[in-house]
Design a protein around this ligand. Sequence first.
Ligand code: SAH
Length: 222
Amino acid sequence: MLDNLIREGVGMTSRRTRERLIERLQEQGIQNENVLEAMASTPRHLFVDEALSHRAYEDTALPIGYKQTLSQPYTVAKMTELLLQHVKHRGRVLEIGTGSGFQTAILAQFFDRVFTVERIAPLQQKAQKRLSDLQLKNIQYRHADGHQGWSIGGPFDAIIGTAAASSLPEELPEQLRDRGVLILPVGESVQKLTMIRRIGDDYSHTIIETANFVPLLKGVIT
Ligand code: SAH
């Protein structure tokens, strides 16, 4: 998909380095071939500062400034796999916590439209530049506190949170379309990756696994 943007032969971006990451994701249980393909072809080294780019294909979270991190590849792959398994229609997805924009780039390859919210303006601006350089045009950006979701962008087929809420923000499930799916880490000292499915006005909750995300914070930084 975005493969042509990865320069072959340069150590950190070589096919072998990326193959090793994909093998590791498979060992951890990621099975969806389309997700594995997107993880292999999306140039993660462009989402971190150059000084860290040699570590971009390790299965680890990496710092992106402002005390935030680019999520671990396993986490991105797992959340994407869950969404694709459970959503009925790949129309609109809302992402809370744009960060580096890496998860956004993955979502943009599977959903018709991505709505992404970030509270730290400089991170949002960098992400927006990277994603437009990658020619991903189906993304809308908002600088705001994502606790309120993005009501006029919705209703959404899927909502994904990439920072952990201390408790479930009330307004998010309401912005799901019927049969829509929300995946969000919830908790403080112990976080649980939680999936909520809307069926009519009923919401089913499933705990997927424990997680380790940066916290979902209130307010915005300009
Ligand atoms: N998916 C991103 C994860 C970045 S870390 C990536 O892989 O790069 C989580 C991000 O959520 C941070 O950028 C942080 O600033 C943002 N965030 C935290 N609380 C938020 C809130 N209330 N609203 C919007 N973004 C928030």
